[in-house]
Ligand binder design. Structure first.
Ligand code: G7M
Length: 341
């Protein structure tokens, strides 16, 4: 396939003009498409000026329950930097100042190149609000004993619902987004764009491989019996991404999160150039390193002490705090109220 053909694959604009969300919520209940014009913003719970992302808590008109809206300014697409994209007559330009050879302007490009990536979570639980809130973060080192005594009981007691994962695996949602599907129950997986990726902008490529086998919670559970599965994800994932997006394996970052947010094994594939959230040393474990560690020692991940980040508002923080593993600090992070409640 030519480069141009690959590009078309990647750059095809999303077909729907409205914001498209799953037709089922995480409880398997059908939900009508939610529209931003019905959103009543109440509080900014996160405003990250680096990633240009805000998360707003609020409500939808005529609906009960809390909603979260995450807005993210998109990365520039290089193929739009031309006379049909940014440099076309529809672009409105206003001058801030001009001084000698220097000029400073604000420009308002046409809406087709100016979309804002939007994620809606409705109904959002208290745990979602905690996850998306700006807050103090700590690192704890989880020994195998601490995993058994503190982390595992906590995961068993409270974790995010996995319905969205089962919906994908059972062919109920996001089927038009699937990039690769290996149906083998034992060692198969589905590869598709992550929620955080628009599926279009190559510069921010972010795919997720979700394994079909149930019951593997995280990295902690992996041993030599999972090697065929891990190698299949690695090899088939790389091959598909090369075919569809023309990105070679040397340009891919393939990794697990520890701790993950969702305790059903999945592997992240991101473009090496893209600084996706959660790629840092305290959270990401490269698939190649994981395979290598297990090949050297079958039960490496049952024996290892694994560091992980823990958010001060999260319930698991209280568990580790009570056991003397971490100390709370006074936070000066504040949320901005948008309306008087
Ligand atoms: O931190 P953890 O390894 O658990 O990451 C889970 C990943 O799943 C994140 O990168 C999320 O953006 C992604 N994700 C979460 N949800 C609810 C969805 C979803 O509904 N669809 C897709 N495609 N990805 C999701």
């Amino acid at each position: 396939m030519s480069d141009a053909a690959h590009q078309n694959d990647v750059l095809e604009p999303p077909s729907s003009k409205k914001i498209k969300i799953d037709q089922q919520n995480e409880n398997g209940v059908s939900v009508k498409q939610l529209e931003l014009k019905d959103f009543i913003a109440e509080k900014v719970i996160k405003n990250n000026t680096n990633t240009k992302t805000v998360c707003i808590e609020g409500k939808f008109r005529d609906k009960t329950g809390v909603a979260l809206v995450v807005l993210e300014k998109n990365a520039f697409k290089e193929e739009e930097l031309n006379d049909t994209g940014y440099f076309c007559p529809e672009t409105v330009q206003e001058t801030y100042f001009q001084n000698d050879i220097y000029g400073n302007y604000v420009c308002f490009p046409k809406s087709a190149v100016n979309g804002v990536k939007t994620t809606i979570i409705y109904p959002a639980t208290e745990k979602h609000i905690v996850k998306y809130s700006q807050q103090e973060v700590h690192i704890v080192v989880e020994t195998p004993e601490l995993y058994e005594k503190l982390t595992l009981p906590h995961i068993e007691k409270e974790q995010f619902n996995l319905q969205w994962v089962y919906n994908i695996l059972e062919g109920k949602t996001e089927q038009d987004r699937i990039v690769h599907n290996n149906p083998c129950e034992q060692d198969g997986f589905v590869l598709l764009p992550d929620l955080k990726w628009d599926g279009v902008t190559k510069e921010t490529l972010y795919l997720l491989a979700i394994v079909r086998r149930r019951g593997i919670k995280s990295l902690r559970d992996l041993n030599a019996s999972h090697l065929p599965l891990l190698k299949r994800v690695r090899d088939e994932g790389k091959k598909k991404i090369l075919e569809k997006y023309n990105l070679p394996e040397s340009q891919l970052r393939i990794y697990f999160h520890y701790q993950p947010s969702f305790y059903h094994l999945h592997i992240h594939f991101t473009y090496l150039r893209h600084e996706a959230p959660g790629i840092y040393a305290e959270k990401a474990h490269l698939l190649s390193t994981v395979i290598n560690n297990i090949e050297m020692m079958n039960n490496y991940y049952q024996k290892a002490s694994l560091p992980f980040t823990i958010k001060q508002m999260d319930n698991i923080f209280k568990v580790y705090e009570t056991n003397g593993c971490v100390q709370r600090i006074d936070s000066n992070i504040e949320n901005t109220e948008l309306i008087d409640k």
